[in-house]
Design a protein around this ligand. Structure first.
Ligand SMILES: NC(=O)c1ccc[n+]([C@@H]2O[C@H](COP(=O)([O-])OP(=O)(O)OC[C@H]3O[C@@H](n4cnc5c(N)ncnc54)[C@H](OP(=O)(O)O)[C@@H]3O)[C@@H](O)[C@H]2O)c1
Length: 215
């Protein structure tokens, strides 16, 4: 599959590398093409990987990952361009973390809205699926870093897009338990896990921590 990764931070680079390793054709996107980080990533990822602007990465893709900070994701996706996102599954892994008033960060949007919903409203023809935002990046692509079965959540308005993401999580990344929470309004709940996650990280002194849903 042709995959576009929006974001050259640790999340974009890690997801991109894993997807390239799985045999996908990955293009990583930045605000401007040809940056040092993106070029170094292309070199290390190999396998026909490329880099470009947010728009070029999205135009290339059948499937797009938003790996930008939640507070600027709409800006990044605007640069990607709604025509380049039209009809495509857009996996949103972002969190609306606001560190402007110090640590721990607060959520810049919550309770009655979320970044996932903001993106879906701004790009109504994209099929937004919220997932992966509730674990640290290494665990996203290797859930076995945490012993036992633990839960990954997905949400989105398009059943086919959600099923496509669940399949990628299970067969590509090795997730054993993926829970579909329903439409994209569930992104509020997924993003509001972050304050708990940050607290657990501080208490347990490891980022390799996740929730297991028991019922
Ligand atoms: N780190 C984790 O373990 C983890 C876990 C779960 C979820 N997340 C979420 O995943 C997302 C990515 O995290 P990260 O740490 O990899 O990201 P990051 O390093 O903070 O973000 C880097 C990307 O954001 C772009 N960017 C920065 N400011 C921008 C702006 N004003 N407009 C448009 N684009 C802008 C940068 O563009 P340039 O390339 O042009 O510089 C770069 O591509 C975040 O939402 C984070 O909360 C992270």
């Amino acid at each position: 599959m042709r995959i576009g990764i929006l974001g050259t931070g640790v999340v974009g680079k890690t997801l991109g590398a894993k997807l390239a390793k799985l045999g996908h054709e990955v293009r990583i996107g930045s605000r401007s093409a040809g940056g040092e980080t993106a070029r170094a990533w292309v070199k290390s990822a190999g396998g026909g990987s490329t880099e470009g602007t947010f728009a070029e990465a999205s135009a290339h893709a059948e499937l797009v990952f938003n790996c930008t900070p939640g507070m600027v994701s709409l800006e990044a996706l605007k640069a990607a361009g709604s025509r380049n996102l039209e009809g495509k599954t857009l996996i949103d892994v972002s969190n609306p973390l606001d560190s402007s008033k110090g640590m721990p960060p607060t959520l810049s949007v919550c309770n009655t809205d979320s970044v996932g919903e903001q993106i879906q409203r701004a790009f109504p023809t994209a099929k937004v699926v919220k997932s992966l935002n509730t674990v640290t990046v290494a665990v996203m692509v290797d859930p076995s870093l945490i012993p036992g079965v633990h839960t990954m959540f997905v949400s989105g308005n398009d059943a086919k897009a959600t099923a496509q993401v669940i399949d990628l999580l299970k067969t590509g990344f090795g997730w054993k338990e993926v829970m579909d929470l329903g439409d994209i309004t569930a992104a509020r709940a997924q993003e509001m896990i972050l304050p708990l996650w940050l607290r657990l990280y501080t208490k347990l002194k490891t980022p390799n921590v996740n929730i297991r849903v028991a019922f």
